[in-house]
Design a binder for this molecule. Structure first.
Ligand SMILES: CC(C)(COP(=O)(O)OP(=O)(O)OC[C@H]1O[C@@H](n2cnc3c(N)ncnc32)[C@H](O)[C@@H]1OP(=O)(O)O)[C@@H](O)C(=O)NCCC(=O)NCCS
Length: 145
């Protein structure tokens, strides 16, 4: 198992796997253009930290996010982590998130934040690694119909 930086050289492979995963497994409607924009946006944001996971040269998953400066600390915002379907529930996600923690800590981050899907699976995955639900914040949105 090894990870490499997400760059323009492996971006296309990640985009194709991303579309395949979400459209086939999660009822998504991603097109190549939309998925490319989504991942490229985060990859090119200032202070981004995005890596791709391989096992025996097979693309297993990726994460993307970026560092955020606050008055009292530097944090890392994990925009998305995905382990592709055939590799899920084999410990890759846990190992990859632990590697991510090591990298961002070495780069000065003292905190990781993320927005998670609210279900038993994600709660289990994040809780066992020490992530908690922030009870002083709530996610808000407004949808234009
Ligand atoms: C969330 C995700 C990254 C986890 O990666 P993974 O490689 O499958 O994770 P691991 O194998 O390391 O751990 C999965 C854990 O969830 C558990 N799990 C799996 N399905 C579950 C379910 N329905 N309910 C509760 N726990 C569940 C597994 O048993 C395992 O726990 P364990 O280590 O205590 O046995 C992966 O499922 C994924 O990419 N999902 C789609 C994209 C996504 O939702 N990303 C996160 C955005 S917030």
């Amino acid at each position: 198992m090894e990870s490499k930086l997400l760059t323009k050289d492996n971006l296309d492979d990640v985009v194709h796997q991303y579309i395949k995963y979400y459209n086939e497994c999660e009822n998504g409607c991603w097109t190549y253009e939309k998925a490319h924009i989504r991942i490229h946006q985060v990859m090119t944001i200032e202070d981004s930290e995005c890596r791709v996971l391989y096992d025996n040269n097979n693309l297993v998953g990726f994460y993307m996010g970026y560092y955020k400066q606050f008055d009292d600390l530097k944090a890392y915002f994990l925009e998305e982590i995905v382990i592709f379907s055939e590799y899920q529930n084999k410990g890759y996600g846990t190992a990859f998130l632990l590697e991510l923690e090591k990298i961002v800590r070495n780069n000065g981050a003292q905190h990781i934040e993320l927005i998670s899907v609210k279900d038993e699976h994600h709660e289990h995955f994040y809780n066992k690694l020490g992530y908690y639900c922030a009870n002083n914040l709530t996610m808000m949105g407004k949808h234009f119909s």
